[in-house]
Write a protein that binds this ligand. Structure first.
Ligand code: NDP
Length: 450
């Protein structure tokens, strides 16, 4: 029997890699993890966590505006970006330390440095060479920026978390999660914000009603949205930039941010030389057990470019380790994964959109409501909430839930459990609401169509 230095060598200390490393070590495996950048990966450092902190900062604008309607007088409220970033950095550093601490507690060996795969069982990292029975690649992704003239002037979400100061004007290219979230944050923090998106609607893949409602809500807040808009080139113009569009128009702005998707981090550490199969986008191809075409090499999370969400990477890490070291087959159920976009207003969804449901079911029923939330009766804010339910007519089962409005992610998280448990519309209806809440509308929804 070959004697390896480790049972499992994990490349990448993001959400999925760290969960797999800790769990495997706790099962008695000898585990090492290598990280080239920061512990916690995208989620902790350049994604979910710092983004949500910026979202909280941005929401104060609405809260201050609403306060007067509730009898408060707020004088001289002002915002200081460097303070927010310094406080955010402190929290991120705390979390990085927590991640490292948990690994140490689990007796995982930590390497700081870039890994090079030498063969199917050997890695070189930080001047050392180690062998492992299995190697797990959990290297995540990185913002993708298309090749256009002036690419060097573009910033991505990675840069937004450490800007010295906020720009007066920004053009955000893209219409997905990151474009919409950052547009909301920056607009609320006083930046003149324009979204430039190549499609006629934001948020591909979301329910059409949600997409339409969102564009209206964002525009009401003052965000400019240019649909069917493609950038041809970007040129520096003093301290600003001229953004030339394919339709011949030009915009002048202080910052151009691209949020045009992410590329798997699969290049430059020896995968191609070893013959690990990648798809056209560079994603590592794995089977249902996260195994690549080289049996000792596994991959999970964003580097496999399937469902690029932190909780999914964590679930994949757990499923892999349970099957390898605990002899328990608990595969990840990829159906009905709830998701949220932390724009203002929040969006959250689980299950099928109306369009997808129509493709998969013979008859569906649509329930929908749009209403002014109670808080907005005094706050004066001109923003409604939208809720939508898609039901399989034959069984009465709820197969899709969608919401735009305050706390939508908090509400949909609970609804997702009910939906996954097979709840029917009748079960929702027989559930007593909590009054007065927005969530209670989900148990009193009226049919609007079939
Ligand atoms: P998305 O895939 O969500 O959106 C990318 C956007 O960029 C799409 O609107 C796409 O348009 C557009 N686009 C792609 N290529 C080009 C191009 N060459 N020129 C112009 N536009 C282009 O990616 P994001 O970068 O917003 O986010 C990456 C992923 O990170 C998300 O998909 C999600 O999985 C995850 N994420 C999750 C969050 C959450 O859970 N709240 C928050 C942030 C990110 P088109 O629709 O035409 O392809």
């Amino acid at each position: 029997m070959t004697d390896y230095d480790y049972d499992l060598f994990v490349v990448g200390a993001g959400s999925g890699g760290v969960r797999a490393a800790n769990l495997a070590a706790n099962q008695g495996a000898r585990v090492a993890v290598a990280e080239v950048r920061h512990f916690g990966g995208t989620c902790v450092n350049l994604g979910c966590v710092p983004k949500k902190l910026l979202v909280y900062a941005a929401q104060f604008k609405d809260d201050f505006a609403a306060a007067a309607g509730f009898g408060w007088t707020l004088d001289n409220a002002s915002f200081d970006w460097p303070s927010l970033i310094a406080n955010k950095n402190r929290e991120v550093e705390r979390l990085q330390a927590v991640y490292q601490h948990h690994l140490q507690q689990s007796r995982v060996t930590i390497f700081n440095g870039k890994v090079q795969l030498l063969d199917a069982h050997t890695v070189a990292v930080a001047g050392a060479q180690c062998t492992a029975k299995r190697i797990l690649l959990a290297t995540g992704g990185w913002p993708f920026v298309p090749d256009i003239a002036g690419k060097e002037y573009i910033v991505t979400s990675n840069d937004m978390f450490s800007l010295d100061k906020l720009p007066e004007r920004i053009v955000i290219v893209g219409g997905g999660y990151i474009a919409v979230e950052f547009a909301s944050i920056l607009n609320s923090l006083g930046v003149d914000t324009t979204i430039c998106h190549r499609e006629p609607k934001l948020l591909a893949g979301f329910d059409e009603d949600i997409r339409d409602f969102l564009a209206t809500a964002l525009r009401k807040q003052g965000i400019k949205i240019l649909f069917d808009c493609d950038v041809q080139s970007i040129a520096a113009a003093g301290d600003a930039y001229n953004v030339r569009l394919l339709n011949g128009n030009t915009m002048v702005t202080d910052l151009v941010m691209y949020a045009t998707g992410r590329t798997p981090n699969s290049r430059g550490f020896g995968l191609e030389q070893l013959g690990v199969a990648l798809d056209d986008n560079g994603a590592i191809i794995v089977d249902s057990h996260y195994q690549t075409n080289l049996p000792s090499i596994y991959a999970l999370g964003d580097v496999t470019d399937r469902v690029n969400l932190t909780p999914v990477a964590i679930a994949e890490g757990e499923a892999l380790v349970n099957s390898l070291y605990a002899m328990q087959q608990r595969p990840v159920d990829y159906a009905n994964i709830p998701t949220a976009v932390f724009c203002q207003p929040n969006i959250a969804s689980v299950g099928l959109t109306e369009a997808k449901a129509r493709q998969q079911y013979t008859d569906i029923d649509i329930y929908k409501t749009e209403f002014k939330p109670l808080k907005n009766t005094l706050s004066g804010k001109d923003e409604n909430t939208l809720m939508k339910m898609v039901v399989d007519h034959a069984t009465g089962k709820v197969i899709g839930l969608h919401m735009v409005g305050a706390d939508a992610p908090e509400i949909i998280q609970g609804m997702a459990v009910a939906m996954r448990a097979g709840a029917t519309k009748a079960l929702f209806d027989s559930t007593i609401g909590i009054h007065p809440t927005a969530a209670e509308e989900f148990v009193t929804l009226q049919q609007v169509g079939t």
